[in-house]
Ligand binder design. Structure first.
Ligand code: GLP
Length: 257
């Protein structure tokens, strides 16, 4: 695991974008795993900038998103389908058929989840997966207590997550109760992971993920078992990590573990 501590949100976004762009240039037909939430927005903005200014080519890429709310159609403004189109896909040259976001309106949800797993395999598995982290240590919608070997499936959202995500809806009651999410086992199969976090509200979660015990109570802690993970945080989100030098972020400190 490489823990990279940067000065601010702008810098973590650029650092993550450089890694994605590098992998894409080396392997134009890479399979890219994408995340939603406010954290990766800066990364997506920077990828759009690199696409427009430097010609970063997405024409051969295939993407798979982590999760989607059950019951929200792609036209719903808070659906993750909508989010991805607005914040990334419509600004880059990715073909429509190469985009995979779970279908929150699927009639046969279990069948859909099996198909989603098979599609990832059919494309050779995810090369690089982008991840955020919830304040309670969730990744995608794998809430505390999720099986560490889980695959794509339906999960019940915790009250805490619904509360945290209420800011995007008219109120907490509007936040769906269920979501389709890649499992922890699915995420662990990705060849590389980038976990992003910003702000003091994520400091405990990052501490637990990178340095706490490996436990399903903090699903993000499973990254400790992964072969190649970048944890990229600003100084606030990284504030509780041990092993950092005072003022580490000034030199864009990297802690190799
Ligand atoms: C949601 C998403 C996660 C995301 C998390 C944190 O629950 N399903 O993938 O990591 O929120 O979101 P934010 O980046 O807005 O803090």
């Amino acid at each position: 695991m490489l823990v990279i501590v940067k000065k601010n949100y702008d810098e973590i976004s650029k650092e993550a974008a450089q890694i994605v762009a590098d992998r894409l240039r080396r392997k134009p037909n890479m399979v890219l795993g994408l995340a939603t939430g406010s954290t990766p927005l800066g990364l997506y903005k920077e990828l759009i900038r690199i696409h427009k200014k430097e010609g970063l080519d997405f024409s051969k890429v295939t993407t798979f998103n982590l999760d989607e709310y059950v019951g929200l159609p792609p036209t719903h403004r808070q659906s993750y389908n909508y989010f991805m189109y607005q914040n990334l896909f419509k600004h880059i040259n990715i073909p429509q058929h190469a985009i995979h976001v779970p279908d929150g309106m699927a009639h046969d949800i279990d069948g859909f989840c099996d198909w989603y797993e098979q599609e990832m395999q059919r494309f050779g598995g995810i090369d690089l997966q982008v991840l955020g982290i919830g304040a309670n240590g969730h990744v995608a919608f794998n809430e505390p207590g999720s099986s560490l070997g889980s695959r794509t499936r339906v999960k019940t959202l915790t009250q805490e997550t619904r509360q945290n995500n209420a800011r995007f809806f008219k109120g907490k009651e509007e936040v769906p109760r269920y979501a389709i999410t890649m499992g922890i086992g699915t995420i662990m199969d990705a060849k590389e992971l980038i976990m992003l976090a910003t702000g003091s509200g994520k400091a405990d979660a990052i501490k637990a993920a990178a340095e706490g015990p490996l436990t399903s109570q903090c699903p993000a802690s499973v990254v400790q078992l992964h072969r190649k993970t970048f944890v990229i945080v600003d100084k606030e989100a990284g504030a509780k990590l041990t092993g950092l030098y005072p003022g580490s972020w000034k030199s864009s400190f990297t802690l190799a573990r």
